[in-house]
Design a protein around this ligand. Structure first.
Ligand SMILES: Cc1cc2nc3c(=O)[nH]c(=O)nc-3n(C[C@H](O)[C@H](O)[C@H](O)COP(=O)(O)O)c2cc1C
Length: 208
């Protein structure tokens, strides 16, 4: 029985393209893998610690081999608890809207508070070593315009490369991309783009 973690990052809910496509994928996944468990996280409902000086020193204490103060340990415990679903999962599905060529700040905030040495990665003289090797990820990526290969705006896309680098840095290299583009090209293009991505997602569910 595999564990799938679904992380939803659009606040738009009912009209969200990334959520719509990801939820169609999850419905098909449930049918194809009835024994698997699915945990859901909505980043907009998480209580994320501010990355203030205490948080900074809690992170660096581990890197520099210092004892944490009680306040640093308390925030460190929150980092570890927030990272735990990522450590527990066998498969991770992220649905992500593009915001200003990157990702929504709530997802970046989550990434900042869970990307900790000895939690999601470690490093030694060989460099960075991700600790989540062997897991696979699906990225459902909604974008307002066209970023397909060869398009004029393709080089502007910092959402896809950023998420791939982050996943690689924590050891996840088996990454499937499911783009939902052109949601700002009017209702007809938006609908056909969502339908095409939904069909691709459903087709993927059994083998994911
Ligand atoms: C704050 C904000 C910034 C955005 N920035 C971009 C952008 O840089 N490029 C783009 O193609 N679309 C951009 N969009 C459009 C969204 O990516 C698009 O509406 C997408 O469908 C949102 O995903 P969702 O429907 O799952 O929420 C932006 C939307 C918002 C709300």
């Amino acid at each position: 029985m595999a564990k799938l973690l679904y992380v939803e990052t659009s606040p738009r809910k009912q009209r969200s393209a990334s959520t719509e496509v990801a939820r169609a994928f999850l419905d098909a996944y449930r049918t194809a893998h009835p024994a698997d468990s699915i945990q859901e996280i909505d980043v907009w409902k998480l209580d994320l610690p501010e990355f203030d000086e205490v948080a900074f020193e809690a992170k660096y204490a581990g890197i520099e081999g210092r004892e944490r103060t009680p306040a640093q340990q308390a925030v460190w415990n929150r980092f570890v608890a927030l990272a735990q679903p990522f450590r527990d999962a066998d498969k991770i599905v992220l649905s992500v809207p593009m915001w200003n060529w990157g990702i929504p700040y709530k997802l970046k905030h989550l990434i900042d508070v869970i990307s900790m040495k000895d939690v999601l990665f470690t490093f030694d003289e060989r460099g960075l070593l991700g600790l989540l090797g062997g897991k696979k990820a699906l990225l459902v990526l909604a974008k307002g315009v066209d970023y397909s290969a060869g398009s004029a705006t393709a080089p502007w896309d910092q959402q896809t490369p950023y998420l791939k680098v982050w996943l690689n840095s924590i050891g996840i290299t088996d990454i499937t991309l499911l783009p939902v583009e052109k949601s700002l090209y009017g209702p007809e293009v938006d609908r056909s783009s969502r339908d095409a991505a939904t069909a691709s997602g459903r087709a993927l569910a059994a083998s994911f």
